[in-house]
Design a protein around this ligand. Sequence first.
Ligand SMILES: [Zn+2]
Length: 113
Amino acid sequence: MNGWRCPDWCARAHHCTAALPGGEHASIPEIWQIEGGRMVGTRYRNRTGHDHIELRVILGLANDEPTAQAQCRHLMATSLMVVRRVFGLHQQSAQDQSPSSARRHRPGRRASL
Ligand SMILES: [Zn+2]
């Protein structure tokens, strides 16, 4: 595979960095306006031909801190379930999916989101 040649979906121009060391082909970000925010998906391909997607979700949080933290964790947990299902990833045991286990894996071990 020629890593320099842009696939059909590559946006080229400033989006594509495949010609640079460590660069990638990149699609034009697809933006979905949703209730209360938006989702942004961008597809990438590195020089070895590996594809991946970056998905961002931008949503407003509740004004009270406990609810905002609960919204963040619930979104992350449900997103993880969807990602595992869509990509056929190995399911961890129920013990590994507990909230306390998730906190152990969080960078910096911050107390809140
Ligand atoms: Zn490209």
